[in-house]
Design a protein around this ligand. Structure first.
Ligand code: FES
Length: 175
């Protein structure tokens, strides 16, 4: 494990790696890094892919990337925060990421996101005024077999419908 890390960071990385083993999106991201031969100068491309898969760049995800590219986490955080096209962890208590990749789209992801937008009264990339919910989109999260897929607070949920999405949003709206 990365010798540049402090003990708390190392612990967080450990947790991130454990989490990564059960989440297909980390595998897809790793394949992408491999395609770039784990080159450190491919960091921006890797961050783009990560955002495409997860909708935003959470701490654990940045640590995972730093570990795999053998870069200091400060460098990865620096790049992720410098460019406006990267979104770090949204401020809402809950996050809802709707996959808008082709397979999900043809199975009705557009209707799911429209229902969420209407219910929460926010657009993708926004957070409700009471900071309860942030809405984001992703492009193919590697779960096409269960499309349309929506990720609620980091948990990939299969076969979303406008009704199931509205039910979740209603539940979250009440603080
Ligand atoms: S298009 Fe949504 S999981 Fe692949």
């Amino acid at each position: 494990m990365n010798a540049m890390l402090t003990t708390p960071t190392r612990k967080r990385l450990q947790t991130a790696l454990e989490h990564a083993s059960g989440d297909k999106r980390f595998k897809i991201l790793e394949v992408h890094m491999k395609k770039h031969l784990f080159r450190q100068d491919a960091l921006i491309q890797v961050l783009h892919k990560a955002q495409e898969l997860f909708g935003y760049l959470e701490d654990d995800l940045l640590l995972f990337i730093a570990h795999k590219l053998k870069l200091p986490p400060s460098r990865v955080y620096g790049v992720a925060t410098f460019y406006h096209f990267f979104t770090l962890k949204p401020q809402g208590k809950h996050t809802c990421v709707v996959c808008m990749g082709t397979a999900c789209y043809v199975k009705g992801a557009d209707k799911v996101i429209a229902a969420i937008q209407q219910q929460a009264k926010i657009q993708p990339g926004e957070t409700t005024p009471n900071n309860q919910i942030s809405l984001l989109t992703a492009r193919c999260i590697g779960a096409c077999g269960i499309s349309p897929a929506v990720v609620y607070d980091g948990v990939v949920t299969p076969h979303a419908t406008p009704e199931s999405a509205v039910a979740r949003i209603e539940q979250w709206m009440t603080p």
